[in-house]
Design a protein around this ligand. Structure first.
Ligand code: RP5
Length: 164
């Protein structure tokens, strides 16, 4: 979904990342937080990334979630171009299971932060929830939606395990 007034921008380095990043979009949409999803690459489409990151705040974005694999430069490059919070989601990959991408995102030089989440789907989901928590600091509807999500999640955990 690409909302008309998004407050969270989900960007990813390739179409191949969407199968993971869609979980971030789905969670934000479930919380009623408007988001947009775009493909841009620090290496393949640097001009697209620069225009997006430089214009993000003026368009009303509050948080950027960036998913990438391999060299995984997208979150750090975005963070270099905007002071908005940038949350990075490393993709699982053939090389070291994606640990290389996660370390690349984590090891930002001091002064240009990226909040790096875990690998793959869990990282994408948690990036959405962390973005929601940031939005909830100034948006009461987002705060209520996030509280409801957490309460429902807790209520859905059975106390006794079953065989299937
Ligand atoms: C990165 O390279 C992308 O974020 C993706 O995870 C990885 C591979 O891209 P494709 O070759 O699948 O397009 O830039």
């Amino acid at each position: 979904m690409n909302a008309s007034n998004p407050v969270v921008g989900i960007i990813m380095g390739s179409q191949s990342d969407w199968k993971v990043m869609k979980f971030a979009a789905e969670h934000l949409e479930a919380l009623g937080i408007a988001c947009e999803s775009k493909i841009m690459s620090a290496h393949r489409t640097p001009e697209r990334l620069e225009a997006y990151a430089r214009g993000a705040r003026a368009r009303g974005l509050k948080v950027i979630i960036a998913g990438a694999g391999m060299a995984a430069a997208l979150p750090g490059s975005a963070a270099a171009l905007t002071a908005l919070p940038v949350l990075g989601v490393p993709m699982e990959g053939k090389m070291m299971g994606g640990l290389d991408a996660m370390l690349a995102m984590t090891q930002m030089p001091g002064g240009v932060p990226v909040g790096t989440l875990g690998l793959g789907k869990a990282g994408a989901v948690n990036a959405a929830l962390l973005a929601a928590a940031i939005i909830a600091l100034f948006d009461d509807d987002a705060a209520k939606a996030l509280d409801s999500f957490r309460a429902e999640q807790t209520a859905a955990v059975p106390e006794v395990p079953t065989d299937d």
